[in-house]
Design a protein around this ligand. Structure first.
Ligand SMILES: Nc1ncnc2c1ncn2[C@@H]1O[C@H](COP(=O)(O)OP(=O)(O)OP(=O)(O)O)[C@@H](O)[C@H]1O
Ligand SMILES: [Mg+2]
Length: 300
């Protein structure tokens, strides 16, 4: 694989759930590229397809059509045992509900050892690595505690250590801070950041919280099962100080499709058809003359 190649590539990704006679299109031609070692947030309204995307990237669900590759793995081509191996060694998951990440009757340390036990790691190695990981997430003093003795924030830190147990290159988190207060959430985001910057992990975090943009390099907005916007954090030096700003972009997919933000569509009264006029700086999108006169300017 080429070194400059993105680690994750989704190309016209489609996921259709069949429920009785109904078909639910959860992802409808999603395009996405994420680099190795990148820390990315995914935001979008409820039902927009965030968890579906994460489950597919995690090998927990199969896409219906399109292309999705993670490293050298083509997730549409993997057979069952290939997929099991992929989930075990390539991805680590952190869920919102702390209970889903952990086994309550085991100590914190044993919880971290479990994925390694399943993967067949020798005992000595397992114990040493569990120790190392529990220190990494700052829970060394809680090693022998059962889960009932841990706070919500401590349980999510432990979940991160468990996700890291088999040293996967990709960490996926679905609303990992959804049940935590702002201060604890900031600590968890900081931990995710260190995984990317210090350990080269690729980290993808789904969140409802637009404030996530303070914690990640890039936020990808999903709307109706498609990538719609990107917010990129920019670091600039102003005199002595380092200033952070955020640039917002709309995403033009490989087929040339663009999703206008809902508020823009509402405000300009766009419905059904629009016209496009090319001007020097780009294009102007308008409601056709006989439908009223709204227009939106878009530079390209
Ligand atoms: N297992 C399933 N069977 C049928 N439909 C599903 C299934 N999982 C998700 N869906 C549907 O697919 C669409 C996308 O759901 P998804 O869970 O990915 O959204 P989400 O962005 O994670 O939402 P939320 O923010 O509420 O978690 C929704 O319409 C949902 O009802
Ligand atoms: Mg979800």
């Amino acid at each position: 694989m080429h070194a400059n190649q993105p680690f994750i590539v989704c190309d016209n990704l489609v996921k259709i759930y069949k429920v009785a006679d109904l078909e639910v299109v959860a992802l409808q031609g999603l395009d996405l590229q994420i680099g190795r070692g990148e820390l990315v947030g995914i935001v979008g309204k409820s039902g927009s397809g965030k968890s579906t995307l994460l489950q597919i990237l995690g090998g927990l669900d199969r896409p219906s059509a399109g292309r999705v590759t993670v490293g050298s793995h083509d997730l549409l081509a993997l057979d069952h045992s290939g997929l099991v191996d992929y989930t075990r060694h390539t991805t680590g998951f952190v869920w919102q509900q702390t209970g889903r990440n952990l086994l309550p009757y085991l100590s914190a340390l044993k919880n971290i050892e479990l994925p390694m036990l399943v993967a067949g790691t020798p005992r000595k190695l397992r114990q040493a690595r569990a120790r190392e990981l529990i220190e990494l997430v700052g829970l060394g003093h809680r090693a022998t505690h059962r889960l009932t003795a841990l706070s919500g924030g401590e349980q999510q830190r432990l979940a991160l250590a468990i996700a890291l147990a088999n040293d996967p290159p990709l960490i996926l988190a679905d609303e990992p801070t959804g049940e935590l207060d702002a201060r604890t959430a900031a600590y968890i985001f900081d931990l995710f950041g260190r995984l990317a910057s210090d350990y080269g992990k690729t980290v993808v975090i789904v969140s409802h919280d637009p404030g996530i943009k303070q914690h990640v390099g890039r936020v990808i907005g999903i709307r109706d099962g498609r990538t719609s916007t990107e917010t990129v954090r920019q670091q600039a030096r102003v005199g002595e100080a380092e200033e952070t700003s955020h640039a917002e972009y709309m995403v033009l997919d490989a087929a040339g499709r663009l999703q206008l933000p809902a508020d823009v569509v509402d405000e300009l009264g766009f419905r059904g058809r629009v016209t496009i006029e090319r001007v020097a700086e780009g294009v102007i999108i308008r409601t056709p003359r006989d439908d009223g006169g709204s227009s939106g300017r878009a530079a390209s």
